[in-house]
Ligand binder design. Sequence first.
Ligand SMILES: *[C@@H]1O[C@H](CO)[C@@H](O)[C@H](O)[C@H]1NC(C)=O
Ligand SMILES: *[C@@H]1O[C@H](CO)[C@@H](O)[C@H](O)[C@H]1NC(C)=O
Ligand SMILES: *[C@@H]1O[C@H](CO)[C@@H](O)[C@H](O)[C@H]1NC(C)=O
Ligand SMILES: *[C@@H]1O[C@H](CO)[C@@H](O)[C@H](O)[C@H]1NC(C)=O
Ligand SMILES: *[C@@H]1O[C@H](CO)[C@@H](O)[C@H](O)[C@H]1NC(C)=O
Ligand SMILES: *[C@@H]1O[C@H](CO)[C@@H](O)[C@H](O)[C@H]1NC(C)=O
Ligand SMILES: *[C@@H]1O[C@H](CO)[C@@H](O)[C@H](O)[C@H]1NC(C)=O
Ligand SMILES: *[C@@H]1O[C@H](CO)[C@@H](O)[C@H](O)[C@H]1NC(C)=O
Ligand SMILES: *[C@@H]1O[C@H](CO)[C@@H](O)[C@H](O)[C@H]1NC(C)=O
Ligand SMILES: *[C@@H]1O[C@H](CO)[C@@H](O)[C@H](O)[C@H]1NC(C)=O
Length: 471
Amino acid sequence: MGHHLPLLLLLIMCKSLEAWNCTVSCNCTDFTSSCCGPQKTRLLPIIGHQNATELVLDSCGSFPMDNNTLQNFRSLEELIVKRTSLLYLDAHAFHSLPMLQTLNLTQVNLSNAAMHQNAFASLLIRRLFLAKNQLDQIRRGMFAGLMNLEHLDLSGNGLRSIEENALANLVSLHFLNLDDNHFVTITPYWFGVMFRNNSFPVVSLIGNALTCECKYRGMTLPEYQWFSRSVILTNFSCMVNLTVEECSPPRVEEIYKEVTVRDLQPLTLSCPLSGFPRPRVSWTLPSGLQLFNKSFPPFYNVDGTLYVQLVQSKFAGLYACMATNVEGTAVILLNIVVSPTPEPPFITSRPVTFPTPQTPTISRSLWVLLWTAIVFICIIFLIILFCILRVVCRYLNQHLRNDVSFNRFVDTPNILALPENPQPIPHIEERHGHVRWSRENGDDTVPRVVVHTDGSYPHHQQTATELESGT
Ligand SMILES: *[C@@H]1O[C@H](CO)[C@@H](O)[C@H](O)[C@H]1NC(C)=O
Ligand SMILES: *[C@@H]1O[C@H](CO)[C@@H](O)[C@H](O)[C@H]1NC(C)=O
Ligand SMILES: *[C@@H]1O[C@H](CO)[C@@H](O)[C@H](O)[C@H]1NC(C)=O
Ligand SMILES: *[C@@H]1O[C@H](CO)[C@@H](O)[C@H](O)[C@H]1NC(C)=O
Ligand SMILES: *[C@@H]1O[C@H](CO)[C@@H](O)[C@H](O)[C@H]1NC(C)=O
Ligand SMILES: *[C@@H]1O[C@H](CO)[C@@H](O)[C@H](O)[C@H]1NC(C)=O
Ligand SMILES: *[C@@H]1O[C@H](CO)[C@@H](O)[C@H](O)[C@H]1NC(C)=O
Ligand SMILES: *[C@@H]1O[C@H](CO)[C@@H](O)[C@H](O)[C@H]1NC(C)=O
Ligand SMILES: *[C@@H]1O[C@H](CO)[C@@H](O)[C@H](O)[C@H]1NC(C)=O
Ligand SMILES: *[C@@H]1O[C@H](CO)[C@@H](O)[C@H](O)[C@H]1NC(C)=O
């Protein structure tokens, strides 16, 4: 009987706790429940106090949240989760909270992957705070049916896009905070294509690097003038630039195409698409390798067109062209079927030629070859020129020595103008074909100048010699 006592006590304790309906890990007052905290451990599910209006989950570690996590919170109006990581937000996670008005899920490590598409759908809440999470896009349906929502905070996420109509039917929305995200383009189509005649929300987009490359879609339509007026931006200057084309996402004509090519033929795959600004195109090869603007011989991605130098049967497979601009992404799948050539010897003997602009490495090696040839020819030309000059000089030397009287030149003051402080005229003496020249004062530090016996000495000394012999 005695050893049943602790069990009985525990049962009584549990009963009393149930009466209070405050989970051991929480700290409950009449209207506020505060759970976890530094010294408390988390215990799930969290059972509420019938009249509690506020629940704070502070420092609760990480846990997934579904419709069973919070129980008996029928009066709860405000739920605040902080310093906690929500591993997964299930559909209907908050549907057991019929009175919920404010849901604060700031900085709970929420990503698109870590939440059900309809986690918030159809809640009757008025304020939703999802700041500083890892959401990267807002899909249609995520905020569907939030008829009472007045304040939506999505600041400090990595948001790049909001699908068209994703914010439609938020008829009570007053303030939408999209600050400090990664938006490059904005459009009132987020709020649906219908004319919106209720009160218009203020949309804050401070801290986004919006593009000036294109005009934002729908902004110039008269029914969306409210958007231009109610949007708050860091930089208004490029919001509606009438001189530029309207932004548009990449669009493709056909999503899938089959292309049959012959073995050992060059192949050109283009990615037919529209969109502004001009989309950047990357190609994914059947091997999974993705080529952006780079090439991976024998595959060349040149301005979005894929060239294959020489198709081999192993190159067959699915090629994906992905085009991306500020407005979105489009993908075209091309199934390449390689048919073997019927007469391989005939085909292989046929030279396969590529137009030079299509094959950058070939044209590059051609250029290198061309330049090498030009340099080589130049060198040979210079050598020949040098030889000719040498012969001509030698001839002229002989000619001048015999026929030209240098006195004529010497007498001309323009040819040998004397400096203002004339140096003493060098004294030059010739001995065994060597010229030794020194100043009148006998300064012997001046180097000797060697004159070849064949007379091919430099012009300057030649003149001096002629000068001396002439006088
Ligand atoms: C419960 O909450 C009150 C007020 O917030 C606080 O003063 C008290 O220290 C808390 N008790 C525990 C055990 O956490
Ligand atoms: C405690 O919770 C149970 C359900 O879990 C509920 O039936 C009961 O009314 C609650 N008691 C109080 C005092 O809130
Ligand atoms: C909840 O509030 C009602 C009145 O609003 C009261 O009658 C009831 O006793 C309260 N319940 C608890 C568990 O405090
Ligand atoms: C929770 O959701 C599941 C389905 O997702 C459902 O079967 C279950 O009844 C729900 N529980 C409550 C308490 O609403
Ligand atoms: C939401 O919670 C964060 C802490 O997680 C707090 O800083 C912020 O002020 C809260 N927002 C509101 C509107 O209560
Ligand atoms: C946040 O989530 C990512 C994965 O989505 C995970 O790698 C990371 O550890 C989480 N951070 C915290 C603080 O739990
Ligand atoms: C918008 O205006 C139309 C008629 O112009 C009206 O039928 C509709 O109820 C209005 N909607 C709102 C939300 O005011
Ligand atoms: C605003 O945009 C214009 C045009 O792109 C740019 O010259 C200017 O520096 C920007 N101002 C700020 C504060 O970013
Ligand atoms: C508008 O676009 C034109 C053409 O691209 C550009 O020259 C001009 O600077 C832009 N104006 C503003 C205010 O960004
Ligand atoms: C090639 O792509 C890189 C990033 O992928 C980019 O920084 C670079 O400017 C691109 N070059 C050209 C010529 O488009």
